[in-house]
Design a protein. Structure first.
Length: 301
C-alpha cells in the first residue's frame, strides 16, 4: 500500500522558497476561504428568508389587515377568518405506485416518467431518471398519476432528514415509496404543495420507524393532517406571489452557489500552481492565472 509513496517524486525547492510559497498560500487561501464563508452565510440567510416568507404566505395569507381566528392547531395559531381547516384526506385522492419487474425489458426504457425518491430534488418534477413503457402500464399495477398531482415520499431513509414534496408537471407513474395527492375541487395543487413543503416540520412528527430501521409516513396519519384552505381565488394569489418571489431568490442562490464552486476550484488550482512551480512566488507575491474568477482576484487584492 505504501510502496507508491516511497517512489513518489517530490518537488523540493530551496527552503527559503518553500517558506515563501507556504506564507503566500496561507495568506491567499485564507482570503478565499473568508470570501467563501461570507457567501455561504448569505446563502443561509436567503434560505431562511425564503422559508419564512413561504410559511407566512401559506399560514397567514398576503393581507396583514385580514380578520383572524384561532386555527385550533397550536403551532399555527391564528389564521385568516375566511380560511378553513380540513383533514387532508377530505381534500385529495391518494394514489400509490409500484416497481415493475426489472427482469422484463419490455417494461423499462420507455417515455413514461417513473418517480422515485431520487427524483424529488426540486419543487417541480418534469422528468425522471427512470422511465417505463406503455407495456408496464398495461400489464402491471402501475397507473398514470395526472399532471398537477402533489407528490410526496412516504418511505425511505431520506425521511430521517426531510420530507420531499413536489408537483408533477406532467402525467407520471410512481414507485412504491411515493404517494400522489390529487386535489379535489376547491384546492389548488400548487398551493397544497407549497403548504406541505412549508409545514414539513409538522408532518415529520408523524414519521415512524418501519422494518429494518427505515422511515415511513403512514397513510392513515397523513390523511388526518389538517390543511389550511383559503378561498380558491386567494390560493391562486398566494401561488402567483410565491412563484414570483421564489424565482428571484432561487436565481440569486444559484449565482451564489456557482460563485462558491468557482472559488473552490480556483483555490485548488492556486495551490497546485504554487507548489508545482507554475506560479512564480517571491517576496510574498504570486502571479494568478489569466482565467481566474473575478471573486478570487478580488480576494487576492
Amino acid at each position: 500500500m505504501f510502496d507508491g509513496f516511497r517512489t513518489l517524486s517530490l518537488l523540493l525547492p530551496p527552503t527559503a522558497t518553500q517558506r515563501a510559497i507556504a506564507d503566500y498560500l496561507d495568506r491567499k487561501t485564507a482570503a478565499i476561504d473568508a470570501l467563501i464563508a461570507s457567501k455561504r452565510k448569505l446563502l443561509d440567510l436567503l434560505a431562511e428568508k425564503r422559508s419564512a416568507l413561504i410559511n407566512q404566505a401559506v399560514t397567514k395569507g398576503l393581507d396583514p389587515t385580514a380578520p383572524m381566528k384561532d386555527s385550533g392547531i397550536p403551532w399555527i395559531g391564528q389564521i385568516p377568518a375566511q380560511w378553513e381547516v380540513k383533514p387532508l384526506g377530505y381534500c385529495v385522492r391518494l394514489r400509490g405506485g409500484s416497481t415493475p419487474s426489472k427482469e422484463d425489458e419490455d417494461f423499462w426504457g420507455g417515455d413514461v416518467p417513473w418517480v422515485s425518491p431520487k427524483d424529488m430534488k426540486s419543487f417541480e418534477v418534469a422528468d425522471t431518471i427512470d422511465h417505463v413503457t406503455q407495456a408496464a402500464l398495461t400489464n402491471t399495477s402501475l397507473s398514470l398519476v395526472p399532471q398537477g398531482a402533489v407528490l410526496i415520499v412516504v418511505r425511505g431513509m431520506i425521511l430521517a432528514r426531510t420530507l420531499p414534496v413536489a408537483v408533477a408537471m406532467r402525467d407520471v407513474t410512481l414507485n412504491q415509496d411515493m404517494k400522489a395527492m390529487v386535489p379535489g375541487g376547491g384546492l389548488n395543487s400548487e398551493y397544497l404543495g407549497w403548504q406541505l413543503a412549508a409545514r414539513s416540520p409538522e408532518t415529520m412528527i408523524l414519521i415512524e420507524e418501519a422494518g429494518h430501521g427505515t422511515k415511513a409516513l403512514r397513510t392513515d396519519l397523513l390523511t388526518k393532517f389538517g390543511i389550511l384552505v383559503p378561498p380558491y381565488s386567494e390560493q391562486r394569489e398566494i401561488v402567483e406571489y410565491l412563484q414570483s418571489f421564489t424565482r428571484g431568490l432561487d436565481e440569486a442562490c444559484h449565482k451564489l452557489s456557482a460563485s462558491v464552486d468557482r472559488l473552490q476550484e480556483y483555490r485548488q488550482a492556486l495551490i497546485t500552481a504554487a507548489v508545482t512551480g507554475q506560479m512564480g512566488v517571491g517576496a510574498g507575491e504570486g502571479v494568478p492565472s489569466a482565467g481566474a474568477p473575478r471573486e478570487a482576484l478580488e480576494a487576492m487584492a
